[in-house]
Design a protein around this ligand. Structure first.
Ligand code: ZN
Length: 119
């Protein structure tokens, strides 16, 4: 009996590299993504951008990788958005640089909410 997992997978192809690069860029990480000799992704973040900073636009406070942003900005988000981020956040994603698509969606919603506050 075989059971297929429905998780989205990115294959280590030229196209896959481009997708992973795009996801990283959406998170403000410039990295080189290539296919390694073993057929798996090789991701090298450029040293200057490996700092993990607050996701609030223009805030560049350094925060631990397990946190979305600095305390000031995190607590200025409405509870429902904090809950969405927590529900979709995978602590390993900051290391593997492969956030789930749910997290990216939640993250975009947060950015939209922030943009709306500026108006
Ligand atoms: Zn901040």
């Amino acid at each position: 009996m075989t059971e297929k997992k429905r998780a989205v997978r990115y294959y280590a192809t030229e196209e896959g590299c481009g997708r992973v690069r795009g996801i990283l860029r959406a998170h403000g990480v410039e990295a080189t993504v290539s296919v390694g000799k073993d057929g798996r992704f090789e991701i090298h973040a450029q040293s200057a951008t490996t700092r993990h900073t607050c996701h609030w636009p223009v805030c560049d406070k350094e925060v631990p990788p397990a946190m979305w942003g600095c305390k000031t900005h995190w607590f200025s988000l409405p509870k429902r958005l904090q809950d969405r981020i927590w529900a979709t956040y995978r602590p390993v994603q900051e290391i593997t640089k492969t956030p789930s698509s749910e997290y990216i969606a939640a993250s975009r919603e947060v950015q939209q909410w922030i943009a709306a506050q500026d108006q």
